[in-house]
Design a protein around this ligand. Structure first.
Ligand code: SF4
Ligand code: SF4
Ligand SMILES: [Zn+2]
Length: 273
């Protein structure tokens, strides 16, 4: 397998992976989405809520706020030595929210949450939680825990994780550069320069084949295909963990699964018929 980093920044990662197959990349994608743990608010005690939102809606909105995650210092509740329903300092972080619209209406934002651990705070302080009319108040204690996306989407560390085949575009000699394919392409992959059609941004092609359908030639003068075994893998974090850490954790999980599978396989006895 050959891997080339096409793009990497604080929030997203795009890789060209050569010499693999869709089954492996789908396992990796599903592991990232459903099994890499991250922090989210899981229990809420509403001490006071005179806002227009019901307690349940407030709790739901709090749960969906992405929180910066520390995987090195916190345990998943099911793996924590405390084995307590209430949790302990190693598996739970307390956040409090106290806000009042004393003289004028105001919006309560994620930045108003106060965390007992300054490292476990909302990824963005600008997420609106509730609007308060004059005189309304909310007083809340919330408990964040590590969890996995397979249980609830609030524990998904990514906002997107996809892969696609590496596209292959061929312009045949019968092309008369009429430009119909350039006009119809939704991703602006093609460009007409000096009376010729050129591929401007191959990676952006979604293999939709609209260009071939729009071509007046019969058969079409443009052929869309893909490179067998070569893929573009793309993921975008919602900010709870860096992209490399998410990838590393997913690979560790897959690795331990395969090790377990191998162990079971070695220990399996073959039944004689
Ligand atoms: S297949 Fe779709 S995205 Fe790709 S070049 Fe043709 S029209 Fe554009
Ligand atoms: S639509 Fe067909 S003939 Fe026209 S420029 Fe595109 S490939 Fe060439
Ligand atoms: Zn604990």
């Amino acid at each position: 397998m050959e891997i080339e980093v096409l793009e990497k920044n604080d929030t997203s990662l795009r890789l060209l992976i050569k010499g693999t197959n869709a089954a492996f990349l789908n396992s990796l994608r599903r592991t990232i989405i459903a099994e890499v743990p991250c922090m989210a608010i899981d229990e809420v005690v509403i001490i006071e809520n005179s806002s227009i939102l019901h307690d349940e809606i407030l709790a739901h909105r709090l749960g969906l706020i992405p929180l910066k995650t520390d995987l090195d210092n916190y345990n998943l509740p099911e793996e924590c030595p405390c084995q307590s329903e209430f949790g302990c300092n190693l598996c739970r972080v307390t956040l409090t929210l106290q806000a009042e619209a004393a003289e004028a209406p105001r919006t309560v934002y994620s930045g108003d949450l106060k965390s007992e651990n300054p490292e476990i705070v909302p990824v963005s302080p600008n997420i609106p939680i509730v609007k308060l009319a004059t005189g309304q108040r909310v007083m809340i204690e919330a408990y964040a825990k590590l969890g996995r996306g397979e249980k609830h989407a609030k524990w998904q560390p990514v906002s997107a994780c996809t892969y696609k085949y590496m596209p292959k575009i061929e312009i045949l000699e019968i092309c008369d550069a009429c430009g119909e394919c350039v006009k119809i392409c939704p991703k602006k992959v093609l460009v007409k320069t000096k009376g010729e059609i050129e591929v401007r941004d191959l990676m952006a092609c979604t293999l939709c084949e609209d260009c071939a359908d729009a071509c007046p030639k019969e058969p079409p003068a443009i052929k869309i295909g893909w490179e067998e075994g070569n893929f573009i893998f793309q993921m975008e974090t919602n900010g709870v963990l860096p992209v490399e850490r998410i990838m590393l954790e997913a690979l560790k999980i897959l690795d331990s699964r395969f090790a377990e599978f191998l162990k079971e396989l070695k220990g399996a006895k073959i039944e004689e018929a």
